[in-house]
Design a protein around this ligand. Structure first.
Ligand code: GLU
Length: 476
């Protein structure tokens, strides 16, 4: 939640937008058209639970319809309000434009603490909320396609998809009305891990950028870099897991809602994740230093800080004391615009949210395309790819026999080469390509323009230019 002495989340996003458009030459009026949120629908509905009627408040905000459908998650949290969904919807517009997912921006939320309800109650509430949105085409495969966000996941998306099908029995593309579904209900492999995986690919792209590394005062590879993660939800967990298990990073601190753990030698992410799953809290995890005031650890010494929880956690109050030379915004809006100014002055490099956490919507795009094409990626080509590889392997084996001891295939080569790509490999390859292309487009502006000294402004410039081009093509 944004501190009260700072602009609201929505205003904070607008301030960052304004900084970028000041460097552009947009036609009069277009700047305003892009900035404003097109519409926000508020719904209050009742559900009978435990013998009495409970009234819930939900929102679906549409920021920009320069491309349709519009896209963005639905979050379940007590802090949900109109300002927040509008800020998040705006970020979705810029995020989709930056990674070239052909969508406008939207976001939804339900003001509820999901932990207070059992599964059956949550299903009743979700279906009723979905009903309200579906009947107004605020959930629709061609117009508005939600996805998971904080407090929601595969289970809620499956209920929403089923609700849509019940209300639109003849829509052959109905399953594309929402993404982030379980694989047995029209989902795609790799969607659950996608946002965390995208954070990892974003860091790979950053660590390939020598000039960027230099600006952050970092050297070398990700191996042994000390990383602090705030929030071990879906995004933080997958990012921390992949970075520690695959890239050799040391996760030196994990900060959760109700405490934090700290170990300079590196924490076991999987064990902590399982502990939280079992005990519902991070406190009590054995063998490490437990800190009650977790937020203090945001200020600890490290190489990379990954805020992966709420907006506004790095603000005017603590920005000065943040020591990390590199922050990657896995959450949406974790750094307020005031804090952004302080950190920029200090030379902290920030990989901005609209890029850093775009892995989720990128794989959502793949899922939506899969649903509309009614076929799994790789189904037609996999065997064909494998038999062409077999031809080469046969030929190499012939050579192997012919050359005797002087040459032979490495033992693992045959197995790895023969395997054609399945859906998960294709999803990861598409995500990696998307993240590195988008990074390059931001870095070209960051390093290439004298008037741009940070990645966030670069990201805004790239994405606003794309949104503006879309509007121009529409004749606006
Ligand atoms: N809720 C995610 C986000 O903030 C995913 C949105 C989507 O997949 O549409 O980007």
């Amino acid at each position: 939640m944004q501190p009260s002495n700072e602009p609201s989340f929505r205003e904070s996003v607008d301030l960052m937008f304004n900084r970028a458009v000041a460097l552009m030459d947009l036609p009069a009026g277009l700047e305003e058209k892009i900035r404003v949120c097109n519409a926000t629908y508020t719904v209050r509905f009742g559900v009978r639970l435990r013998g009495k009627i409970h009234t819930f408040t939900g929102y679906r905000s549409v920021h920009s319809e320069h491309m349709e459908p519009v896209k963005g998650g639905i979050r379940y949290a007590l802090g949900v309000n109109q300002d927040e969904v509008e800020a998040l919807a705006a970020l979705m517009t810029y995020k989709c434009a930056l990674v070239e997912a052909p969508f406008g921006g939207s976001k939804g939320g339900l003001r509820i603490d999901p932990r207070e309800y059992d599964e059956h109650e949550l299903e009743l509430i979700t279906r009723r909320f979905a009903y309200e949105l579906i009947k107004r085409d605020l959930i629709n495969p061609a117009q508005n396609v939600p996805a998971p966000d904080m407090g929601t996941g595969e289970r809620e998306m499956a209920w929403i998809a089923d609700q849509y099908k019940r209300m639109n029995t003849t829509d052959i593309n109905g399953v594309a009305c929402v993404t982030g579904k379980p694989t047995h209900a029209g989902g795609i492999q790799g969607r659950t891990e996608a946002t965390g995986r995208g954070v990892q690919y974003a860091l790979h792209a950053f660590f390939r950028d020598e000039q960027g590394l230099q600006k952050a005062g970092l050297k070398g590879t990700l191996k042994d870099k000390r990383v602090i993660v705030q929030g071990l939800g879906n995004v933080g967990y997958h990012a921390a897991k992949f970075l520690s298990e695959e890239d050799g990073c040391k996760i030196t601190a994990i900060i959760e809602r109700d405490g934090a753990v700290h170990d300079e030698g590196g924490l076991d992410v999987q064990a902590i994740y399982e502990w939280i799953g079992k005990h519902g809290t991070i406190t009590g995890f054995p063998g490490v230093t437990v800190e009650d005031n977790g937020a203090k650890l945001l200020e600890a010494d490290c190489d990379i800080l990954i805020p992966a929880a709420l907006e506004g956690v790095i603000n005017l109050e603590n920005a000065d004391r943040i020591k990390a030379p590199l922050i990657i915004e896995a959450a949406n809006g974790p750094v307020t615009s005031g804090a952004d100014g302080i950190l920029r002055k200090k030379g902290t490099v920030i990989i901005p949210d609209m890029y850093a956490n775009a892995g989720g919507v990128t794989v959502s795009y793949f899922e939506w395309v899969k649903n509309l094409s009614h076929i799994r990626f790789g189904r037609m080509g996999r065997r064909q790819e494998e038999s062409r590889h077999q031809l080469i392997v046969d030929e190499l084996e012939r050579l192997d026999r012919h050359l005797g001891d002087s040459w032979s295939m490495t033992p693992d080569f045959k197995n790895r080469y023969l395997r054609g790509a399945g859906e998960l490999e294709l999803v990861r390859s598409g995500l990696d390509d998307t993240m590195s292309t988008a990074y390059q487009s931001m870095a070209d502006v960051w390093h290439g323009r004298d008037d741009v000294d940070d990645l966030r402004t670069a990201a805004y410039l790239v994405s606003i230019e794309k949104v503006a081009a879309s509007y121009r093509a529409k004749g606006l």
